[in-house]
Design a protein around this ligand. Structure first.
Ligand code: PLP
Length: 414
């Protein structure tokens, strides 16, 4: 446990780092510098303990048993739903559907709401900076239904062109699906405005919160989004678990996603009636262990405080941007006014992958490539970037190591 008193004074990064056992390891004989947090964050001890505790003390299936272990497992599993509800300020716990993650959440909406509501001639709007998981499900749906996919363009800085967005909206628009924050550029999109405009034409809005939920305060009621999706593993929690939030009237009207146990009320060979929310969308044995440990991650973030985290990450973002820009030939890709702590860059004449390999030789983990945003890379006329993404446990000293690692890489590769 971290002392609350030290947290209130700001972020005690040393104390936080001690909570993450993996940060103690070395890579290629050097202390690890982990700057791949936008891909997945490291896990605090409390999350690891929650996983071990479930498997060593009360491993049982949920919802179905009356024995002690089943009751304990069910209680722990369901308490994550309460924690997630509070974390994003959903109206009720029934609106928190457990998924495998953001990708499954989006696909669930495409396969259920989408198949029920999208017809030939309808239009779906996404943006230029979407992750493939917020592009491909809509392409599949549009192809199947004969609907059109419209794309909000972006500026050179990587900000959505809101006037252009307004021009795309029409009575044909049935769905707008955009990222709250871009994984490749860090851009924070003006989602409230996007949602407001979409609602004026009667469109439903899905917000992809994969990159925002770890950095920003999320209030789905205030945002007024119709669907919100996010993943635990980018939020210091385990992989394989995430959340789909939806407005109740939409979730109630949608057909089920998968058929099987748990999602039914009554089954006969003639007819099946479906379970109430949220179970209607949770067929089969869920990912119990990871769901339970996800609560430990939400508690951890809550304890430290989003505001403290954001302040620290903002400092890292400013410092990192300034230091990286001192490197001759380096160009930052994505310079929106509002950003989460992600810096994407290219270096003239060098391939991102070569840079990534040389940084790894110095124990520095960055991501290189298209970041599952190939269309966005095309907008910038590049095939990929190097991306450094910061979390609450990163430090300015680590950024200095990145800068010196890059300087050495440039010397070696030029
Ligand atoms: C913006 C965004 N959307 C969706 C996803 C997909 O998330 P997941 O792989 O956890 O399903 C990611 C993952 O990087 C992302 O950054």
């Amino acid at each position: 446990m971290i002392e609350t008193a030290t947290i209130q004074k700001g972020l005690d990064v040393d104390a936080i780092r001690q909570q993450f056992p993996l940060l103690n390891r070395e890579v290629k004989g050097r202390p690890l510098v982990y700057f791949d947090n936008a891909a997945t964050s490291q896990k605090p001890q409390s999350v690891i303990d929650a996983l071990i505790n479930y498997y060593t003390s009360y491993n049982a299936n949920v919802h179905r048993g009356i024995h002690t272990l089943a009751e304990e497992a069910t209680m722990a599993f369901e308490s994550t739903r309460d924690a997630a509800q509070q974390f994003i300020n959903a109206e009720s716990r029934e609106q928190i559907i457990f998924t495998r993650g953001t990708t499954e959440g989006i696909n669930l909406v495409a396969y259920t709401w989408g198949r029920q509501n999208i017809k030939a001639g309808d239009e779906i709007i996404i943006s230029s900076l979407e992750h493939h998981s917020n592009i491909v499900p809509w392409q599949i749906l549009c192809e199947e239904k004969g609907a059109g996919l419209k794309i909000i363009p972006i500026s050179d800085k990587g900000e959505l062109l809101i006037d252009e967005y307004r021009n795309l909206l029409s009575p044909k628009t049935k769905l707008v699906s955009v990222a709250h924050a871009s994984n490749a550029l860090g851009t924070i999109n003006p989602v409230k405005q996007i949602i407001e405009e979409a609602h004026k034409v009667g469109a439903v809005v899905l917000i992809d919160g994969a990159q925002s939920t770890v950095h920003l305060d999320i209030d789905v009621q205030e945002m007024d989004c119709d669907f919100f999706v996010f993943s635990s593993h980018k939020l210091y929690g385990p992989t394989g678990i995430g959340v789909l939030y939806g407005k109740k009237e939409l979730l109630e009207a949608m057909p089920p996603f998968q058929g099987g146990g748990e999602m039914i009320k009554e089954v006969t060979f003639e007819k099946t009636t479906y379970n109430d929310l949220p179970y209607k969308y949770e067929a089969g044995t869920p990912n119990i262990a990871d769901a339970i440990a996800f609560k430990a991650a939400l508690d951890f973030v809550k304890q430290i405080g989003k505001e403290n985290i954001r302040k620290h990450e903002e400092e890292l973002l400013q410092y990192g941007t300034k230091r990286l820009k001192e490197i001759p030939g380096l160009r930052v890709i994505g310079e929106a006014k509002e950003k989460v702590s992600v810096i994407s860059f290219i270096i003239e004449g060098l391939h991102p992958q070569d840079i990534g390999i040389l940084l790894d030789n110095r124990g520095i983990a960055v991501r290189t490539g298209h970041h599952c945003t190939q269309p966005l890379m095309n907008c910038f006329g590049i095939t990929g970037t190097v991306r450094a993404s910061f979390a609450m446990y990163n430090t300015k000293e680590e950024i200095d190591q990145l800068v010196s690692g890059l300087q050495k890489a440039i010397k070696m590769l030029s």
